[in-house]
Design a protein around this ligand. Structure first.
Ligand code: NDP
Length: 250
Protein backbone atom coordinates (compact mmCIF):
# COMPACT_ATOMS: atom_id res chain seq x y z
CA UNK A 1 0.00 0.00 0.00
CA UNK A 2 1.47 3.40 -0.94
CA UNK A 3 1.75 6.10 1.73
CA UNK A 4 0.10 9.51 1.35
CA UNK A 5 2.69 11.98 2.70
CA UNK A 6 -0.07 14.42 3.73
CA UNK A 7 -1.66 11.98 6.16
CA UNK A 8 1.45 10.02 7.05
CA UNK A 9 1.32 8.68 10.60
CA UNK A 10 4.55 7.96 12.42
CA UNK A 11 6.06 6.75 15.67
CA UNK A 12 7.28 9.40 18.09
CA UNK A 13 10.89 8.33 17.57
CA UNK A 14 10.75 7.98 13.78
CA UNK A 15 13.74 10.31 13.23
CA UNK A 16 15.84 8.93 16.09
CA UNK A 17 19.55 8.92 15.26
CA UNK A 18 19.16 11.01 12.10
CA UNK A 19 21.27 14.12 11.61
CA UNK A 20 19.26 16.74 9.73
CA UNK A 21 20.20 20.23 8.55
CA UNK A 22 17.31 22.65 8.07
CA UNK A 23 17.98 25.97 6.34
CA UNK A 24 15.94 28.93 7.51
CA UNK A 25 15.23 27.26 10.84
CA UNK A 26 14.66 30.59 12.58
CA UNK A 27 11.07 31.25 11.55
CA UNK A 28 7.92 29.93 9.93
CA UNK A 29 7.96 26.40 8.51
CA UNK A 30 11.68 25.82 9.14
CA UNK A 31 11.40 26.68 12.83
CA UNK A 32 8.34 24.45 13.33
CA UNK A 33 10.07 21.59 11.50
CA UNK A 34 13.26 21.97 13.56
CA UNK A 35 11.34 21.76 16.84
CA UNK A 36 9.22 18.84 15.64
CA UNK A 37 12.15 16.87 14.19
CA UNK A 38 13.98 17.25 17.51
CA UNK A 39 10.97 15.88 19.42
CA UNK A 40 11.03 12.89 17.04
CA UNK A 41 14.65 12.16 17.94
CA UNK A 42 16.61 13.93 15.19
CA UNK A 43 19.84 15.73 15.89
CA UNK A 44 19.05 19.00 14.17
CA UNK A 45 21.55 21.40 12.66
CA UNK A 46 19.80 24.76 12.77
CA UNK A 47 20.76 27.05 9.93
CA UNK A 48 19.99 30.77 9.89
CA UNK A 49 21.47 34.22 9.49
CA UNK A 50 20.43 35.66 12.85
CA UNK A 51 22.43 34.36 15.82
CA UNK A 52 19.93 35.60 18.43
CA UNK A 53 17.02 33.79 16.76
CA UNK A 54 19.12 30.64 16.33
CA UNK A 55 20.11 30.66 20.01
CA UNK A 56 16.47 31.05 21.06
CA UNK A 57 15.47 27.93 19.08
CA UNK A 58 18.53 26.08 20.36
CA UNK A 59 17.34 26.79 23.92
CA UNK A 60 13.80 25.69 23.07
CA UNK A 61 15.08 22.35 21.76
CA UNK A 62 17.35 21.92 24.78
CA UNK A 63 14.27 22.19 27.00
CA UNK A 64 12.45 19.37 25.14
CA UNK A 65 12.65 16.20 27.20
CA UNK A 66 14.82 13.61 25.44
CA UNK A 67 15.60 15.72 22.35
CA UNK A 68 19.21 15.43 21.14
CA UNK A 69 21.28 18.59 21.52
CA UNK A 70 21.10 20.65 18.30
CA UNK A 71 23.87 22.56 16.55
CA UNK A 72 23.91 25.97 14.95
CA UNK A 73 25.17 26.97 11.49
CA UNK A 74 25.23 30.72 10.84
CA UNK A 75 25.34 31.72 7.17
CA UNK A 76 23.64 34.62 5.43
CA UNK A 77 22.64 33.13 2.09
CA UNK A 78 22.52 36.58 0.49
CA UNK A 79 26.11 37.51 1.29
CA UNK A 80 28.14 34.38 2.15
CA UNK A 81 31.15 33.64 -0.07
CA UNK A 82 32.42 30.31 -1.39
CA UNK A 83 34.75 29.75 1.58
CA UNK A 84 31.83 30.01 4.02
CA UNK A 85 29.94 27.27 2.15
CA UNK A 86 32.93 24.94 2.05
CA UNK A 87 33.54 25.60 5.77
CA UNK A 88 29.94 24.50 6.42
CA UNK A 89 30.50 21.22 4.55
CA UNK A 90 33.81 20.60 6.31
CA UNK A 91 32.45 21.36 9.79
CA UNK A 92 29.58 18.88 9.32
CA UNK A 93 31.91 16.14 8.10
CA UNK A 94 34.38 16.82 10.95
CA UNK A 95 31.73 17.02 13.68
CA UNK A 96 29.23 14.35 12.62
CA UNK A 97 30.91 12.32 9.87
CA UNK A 98 27.66 12.20 7.92
CA UNK A 99 24.39 13.93 7.17
CA UNK A 100 21.08 12.04 6.85
CA UNK A 101 18.72 14.83 5.87
CA UNK A 102 19.00 18.24 4.22
CA UNK A 103 15.95 20.50 4.08
CA UNK A 104 16.28 23.52 1.82
CA UNK A 105 13.65 25.71 3.39
CA UNK A 106 15.11 29.25 3.64
CA UNK A 107 13.72 31.65 1.08
CA UNK A 108 12.70 35.20 0.30
CA UNK A 109 9.71 36.53 -1.59
CA UNK A 110 11.19 39.48 -3.47
CA UNK A 111 9.07 42.03 -5.24
CA UNK A 112 5.50 41.42 -6.38
CA UNK A 113 5.82 43.36 -9.64
CA UNK A 114 5.53 42.75 -13.36
CA UNK A 115 8.68 41.69 -15.22
CA UNK A 116 8.61 45.09 -16.88
CA UNK A 117 8.98 46.78 -13.48
CA UNK A 118 11.13 44.23 -11.64
CA UNK A 119 14.40 45.57 -10.27
CA UNK A 120 17.34 43.54 -11.70
CA UNK A 121 19.31 43.75 -8.43
CA UNK A 122 16.37 42.33 -6.49
CA UNK A 123 15.95 39.65 -9.17
CA UNK A 124 19.55 38.58 -8.68
CA UNK A 125 19.20 38.48 -4.89
CA UNK A 126 16.05 36.32 -4.97
CA UNK A 127 17.59 33.87 -7.43
CA UNK A 128 20.75 33.78 -5.35
CA UNK A 129 19.07 33.07 -1.99
CA UNK A 130 16.35 30.74 -3.31
CA UNK A 131 18.21 28.84 -6.03
CA UNK A 132 21.99 29.33 -6.17
CA UNK A 133 22.58 29.03 -2.41
CA UNK A 134 20.70 25.67 -2.18
CA UNK A 135 22.75 24.45 -5.16
CA UNK A 136 26.05 25.36 -3.50
CA UNK A 137 24.97 23.99 -0.10
CA UNK A 138 23.92 20.72 -1.75
CA UNK A 139 27.23 20.45 -3.57
CA UNK A 140 29.19 21.07 -0.37
CA UNK A 141 27.11 18.62 1.68
CA UNK A 142 26.93 15.73 -0.80
CA UNK A 143 30.11 14.12 0.63
CA UNK A 144 28.54 14.03 4.12
CA UNK A 145 25.21 12.84 2.66
CA UNK A 146 27.00 10.00 0.87
CA UNK A 147 28.27 8.80 4.25
CA UNK A 148 24.64 8.21 5.34
CA UNK A 149 22.85 4.90 4.72
CA UNK A 150 19.64 6.69 3.83
CA UNK A 151 20.28 10.30 2.75
CA UNK A 152 17.33 12.50 1.84
CA UNK A 153 17.21 16.02 0.41
CA UNK A 154 14.04 18.12 0.44
CA UNK A 155 13.74 21.25 -1.69
CA UNK A 156 10.93 23.71 -1.03
CA UNK A 157 8.84 24.60 -4.02
CA UNK A 158 5.58 26.51 -4.48
CA UNK A 159 2.46 26.56 -6.60
CA UNK A 160 4.17 29.30 -8.62
CA UNK A 161 7.05 26.88 -9.22
CA UNK A 162 4.87 25.12 -11.76
CA UNK A 163 2.64 27.90 -13.13
CA UNK A 164 4.06 31.27 -14.16
CA UNK A 165 1.50 33.55 -12.52
CA UNK A 166 1.66 37.31 -13.12
CA UNK A 167 3.61 39.45 -10.63
CA UNK A 168 5.48 36.52 -9.01
CA UNK A 169 8.71 37.42 -10.86
CA UNK A 170 12.02 36.08 -9.55
CA UNK A 171 10.36 34.05 -6.76
CA UNK A 172 8.41 32.02 -9.30
CA UNK A 173 11.44 31.58 -11.55
CA UNK A 174 13.52 30.44 -8.54
CA UNK A 175 10.89 27.83 -7.65
CA UNK A 176 10.70 26.51 -11.24
CA UNK A 177 14.49 26.19 -11.03
CA UNK A 178 14.19 24.44 -7.68
CA UNK A 179 11.84 21.82 -9.16
CA UNK A 180 14.26 21.20 -11.98
CA UNK A 181 17.33 21.06 -9.69
CA UNK A 182 15.64 18.44 -7.51
CA UNK A 183 14.73 16.32 -10.56
CA UNK A 184 18.24 16.57 -12.02
CA UNK A 185 19.78 15.54 -8.70
CA UNK A 186 17.34 12.64 -8.34
CA UNK A 187 18.03 11.42 -11.87
CA UNK A 188 21.80 11.72 -11.45
CA UNK A 189 21.55 9.58 -8.32
CA UNK A 190 19.13 6.82 -9.35
CA UNK A 191 21.96 4.32 -8.87
CA UNK A 192 22.76 5.60 -5.35
CA UNK A 193 20.79 5.79 -2.11
CA UNK A 194 20.63 9.61 -2.25
CA UNK A 195 17.08 10.81 -2.83
CA UNK A 196 15.81 14.26 -3.68
CA UNK A 197 12.22 15.50 -3.62
CA UNK A 198 10.28 18.77 -3.57
CA UNK A 199 7.53 19.85 -1.22
CA UNK A 200 5.07 22.60 -2.07
CA UNK A 201 3.76 23.54 1.38
CA UNK A 202 0.68 25.40 0.05
CA UNK A 203 -0.62 28.42 1.97
CA UNK A 204 0.86 28.50 5.49
CA UNK A 205 0.52 31.18 8.18
CA UNK A 206 4.03 32.68 8.15
CA UNK A 207 5.63 36.08 7.67
CA UNK A 208 6.30 35.31 4.00
CA UNK A 209 2.66 34.51 3.34
CA UNK A 210 1.61 37.70 5.15
CA UNK A 211 4.01 39.70 2.98
CA UNK A 212 2.53 38.13 -0.18
CA UNK A 213 -1.12 38.45 0.88
CA UNK A 214 -1.38 41.26 3.49
CA UNK A 215 -5.19 41.48 3.32
CA UNK A 216 -5.84 37.78 3.77
CA UNK A 217 -7.62 36.24 6.77
CA UNK A 218 -4.65 34.67 8.55
CA UNK A 219 -6.85 32.57 10.80
CA UNK A 220 -8.08 30.60 7.78
CA UNK A 221 -4.54 29.36 7.06
CA UNK A 222 -2.85 26.31 8.49
CA UNK A 223 -0.07 26.95 10.98
CA UNK A 224 3.46 25.66 10.19
CA UNK A 225 3.14 22.92 12.82
CA UNK A 226 0.10 21.49 11.02
CA UNK A 227 1.78 20.66 7.70
CA UNK A 228 4.83 18.71 8.78
CA UNK A 229 3.80 15.09 8.10
CA UNK A 230 5.19 15.07 4.54
CA UNK A 231 8.54 16.46 5.72
CA UNK A 232 8.77 13.76 8.39
CA UNK A 233 7.84 11.12 5.80
CA UNK A 234 10.57 12.24 3.38
CA UNK A 235 13.20 12.52 6.13
CA UNK A 236 12.45 9.16 7.67
CA UNK A 237 12.86 5.49 6.71
CA UNK A 238 9.38 4.98 5.20
CA UNK A 239 10.23 6.99 2.08
CA UNK A 240 13.31 4.98 1.18
CA UNK A 241 13.47 4.75 -2.63
CA UNK A 242 11.14 7.73 -3.19
CA UNK A 243 12.99 10.24 -5.37
CA UNK A 244 12.39 12.80 -8.11
CA UNK A 245 8.86 13.56 -6.86
CA UNK A 246 7.17 16.87 -6.06
CA UNK A 247 4.50 16.79 -3.38
CA UNK A 248 1.64 19.23 -2.84
CA UNK A 249 0.88 18.78 0.81
CA UNK A 250 -2.38 20.71 1.14
P1 NDP B 1 9.46 32.76 6.58
O1 NDP B 1 9.65 34.10 6.00
O2 NDP B 1 8.60 32.58 7.79
O3 NDP B 1 10.88 32.09 6.92
C1 NDP B 1 11.92 32.16 5.99
C2 NDP B 1 13.19 31.61 6.62
O4 NDP B 1 14.26 31.81 5.67
C3 NDP B 1 13.59 32.36 7.89
O5 NDP B 1 14.20 31.46 8.78
C4 NDP B 1 14.59 33.37 7.35
O6 NDP B 1 15.52 33.85 8.31
C5 NDP B 1 15.31 32.51 6.33
N1 NDP B 1 16.08 33.35 5.41
C6 NDP B 1 15.61 34.31 4.57
N2 NDP B 1 16.63 34.91 3.94
C7 NDP B 1 17.77 34.33 4.39
C8 NDP B 1 19.14 34.54 4.16
N3 NDP B 1 19.58 35.51 3.35
N4 NDP B 1 20.03 33.76 4.80
C9 NDP B 1 19.63 32.81 5.67
N5 NDP B 1 18.33 32.58 5.96
C10 NDP B 1 17.42 33.34 5.34
O7 NDP B 1 8.93 31.86 5.36
P2 NDP B 1 8.11 30.49 5.28
O8 NDP B 1 8.32 29.67 6.49
O9 NDP B 1 6.76 30.81 4.83
O10 NDP B 1 8.84 29.83 4.01
C11 NDP B 1 9.64 28.67 4.09
C12 NDP B 1 9.74 28.10 2.69
O11 NDP B 1 8.46 27.70 2.23
C13 NDP B 1 10.28 29.10 1.65
O12 NDP B 1 11.15 28.43 0.77
C14 NDP B 1 9.02 29.53 0.91
O13 NDP B 1 9.31 29.94 -0.39
C15 NDP B 1 8.20 28.25 0.95
N6 NDP B 1 6.76 28.43 0.77
C16 NDP B 1 6.00 29.03 1.75
C17 NDP B 1 4.64 29.17 1.58
C18 NDP B 1 3.76 29.80 2.62
O14 NDP B 1 2.55 29.95 2.40
N7 NDP B 1 4.28 30.21 3.78
C19 NDP B 1 3.96 28.68 0.38
C20 NDP B 1 4.85 28.05 -0.59
C21 NDP B 1 6.20 27.93 -0.37
P3 NDP B 1 15.14 35.07 9.34
O15 NDP B 1 14.39 34.42 10.47
O16 NDP B 1 16.46 35.60 9.73
O17 NDP B 1 14.30 36.06 8.57
Amino acid sequence: MSIDPKTYEYANDVLKGRIILITGATDGIGKALALHAATLGAQVILHGRNTGKLEAIYDEIESIDGAPRPSIAVLDLATADGDAYSALGKSIEDEFGRLDGLVHNAGILGQRLSLEQYDPGEWQKVLHVNLTAPFVITQQLIPALRNSEDPSIIFTSSGVGRVGKPFWGAYSVSKFGTESMSQILANENRHTSLRSNCINPGPVRTNMRLEAYPAEDRDALKKPGEILAAYVYLLGPDSKGVTGESFDIQ
